[in-house]
Design a protein around this ligand. Structure first.
Ligand code: CS2
Ligand code: MG
Length: 403
């Protein structure tokens, strides 16, 4: 038995907020889990502090599945991003402990490596097509085999995915939500030229991706997918809000462009129809927001039955703890597709020393026991929490829209 004797929540803000759960056993073994929910961080911190940690003390850290079921079924109020991020943090920390006790990197406990490394994609962006393409060339020179393209839209002051600093995109940019204006018509006109310019400059031996970020209707998404088919995109992400999973049938009727969705999903129920009807090609659910390694493995196994591959979210607001867990999961899962790698700032990497590494477009979790990532609590304590919200978007007539 590896009795849990303590657990605590560490909130830190090395340039952006992160919430980390640290669990300790009687033998002094510690495990950590990411619990960061961008813009709602303190909700998960409170859920853990007030409603989860008291129930963990005295339990056997080895009983990962039992604790997962206890926290999921025992909550009564099932699912939702706050609950599932809290459960995910516990799950990651327990897998970390199990790996440390076994003296093995987590992926070895998940069936071992199924590939040499995880192909990752970087985020090329720019105020216009030329700047985006030149940023994409820089990623290609760094050895990335997959690159996401997000460009400014002529006639719009700001849009999703375009950052001031080309390598570090942090969307949570103010203590109250900033508002930006959106026009689907202006946006739709800008994507095909972006892909044409990118293919002309980068050629065909690199995967090109794009994130619509929930902003089209299904039929608009069908048209957009068709527009860029000649440029063979790797995927079109979050083409339309996915609460209505059946809406993806419309997109499928109009385009063969591969579809990816799921970074905001928090359980298998959010994507069951999308997967079993093969309405998508990649599932983006993540370790931190979809219930941890334990639940994400369930989603991936279900997806594998329908030839759907993984494409886990990996933005800067998922901490290096989640990145490490995602790489252990990604290097072992049979139906791996791609892993997002938005990279963290040096400040963040200093708070979360880790053993994962990037080389020639692939990432490897490293072979340190457990997750291979720690939190420097002394350094973390020097970065005070600073409330930050994601922006909101309105249409040009003021109507509230999806950011
Ligand atoms: C995006 C994210 O990485 C992505 O695909 O959708 O940047 C997303 O906007 C943020 O993670 C939200 O916190
Ligand atoms: Mg996205």
């Amino acid at each position: 038995m590896a009795e849990i004797v303590s657990a605590r929540v560490i909130v830190t803000c090395p340039g952006r907020n992160f919430v980390t759960l640290k669990i300790e056993t009687k033998d002094g073994i510690t495990g950590i889990g990411d619990a960061t929910l961008n813009g709602r961080e303190l909700a998960v911190a409170a859920y853990l502090n007030d409603h989860v940690i008291p129930m963990l003390i005295g339990r056997d850290a080895h009983r990962i599945e039992d604790i997962w079921q206890f926290l999921y079924k025992g909550a009564y109020w099932r699912r939702g991003p706050v609950t599932m991020s809290a459960i995910a943090a516990v799950d990651m920390a327990l897998w970390d402990i199990k790996g440390k006790v076994a003296g093995l990197p987590l992926y070895q406990l998940l069936g071992g490596a199924s590939r040499d490394g995880c192909m990752v994609y970087g985020h090329a962006n720019g105020r216009d097509i030329a700047e985006t393409v030149s940023n994409a060339l820089a990623y290609q020179e760094q050895g990335y085999k997959a690159i996401r393209l997000q460009s400014g839209v002529p006639g719009l002051a700001a849009t999703y995915g375009v950052s001031k600093d080309k390598y570090f995109y942090e969307p949570a940019d103010a203590a109250l939500p900033t508002e930006s204006l959106w026009s689907t018509e202006k946006y739709m006109r800008s994507v095909e030229p972006l892909f044409k310019a990118a293919r002309d400059a980068l050629g065909w031996d690199v995967h090109l991706l794009h994130d619509v970020h929930h902003r089209c209707t299904p039929v608009e998404a069908g048209r957009l997918g068709k527009d860029i088919e000649p440029y063979r995109p790797f995927w079109l992400e979050d083409a339309t809000p996915a609460e209505n999973q059946a809406g993806f049938r419309t997109i499928r009727q109009h385009t063969t462009t591969p579809l990816a969705v799921g970074e905001i999903f928090n359980s298998i129920w959010d994507c069951k129809q999308l997967i079993e009807e093969q309405l998508i090609d990649y599932i983006r659910a993540t370790v931190v927001h979809a219930g941890g390694i334990t639940h994400l493995r369930r989603i991936a196994s279900f997806a594998d039955l329908y030839q759907v591959r993984t494409g886990c979210h990996g933005a800067t607001d998922l901490s290096p703890v989640c990145m490490a867990a995602a790489l252990h999961f990604g290097i072992s899962v049979p139906n791996f597709g791609v892993q997002e790698y938005m990279r963290h700032s040096q400040e963040t990497d200093a708070v979360f020393p880790h053993s994962y590494s990037f080389k020639d477009g692939l990432m490897h979790p490293g072979d340190a026991p457990g997750l291979g990532v720690e939190i420097d609590e002394k350094l973390a304590a020097t970065f005070e929490y600073k409330r930050a919200y994601l922006p909101v978007a309105r249409l040009e007539d003021g109507t509230m829209f999806s950011w």
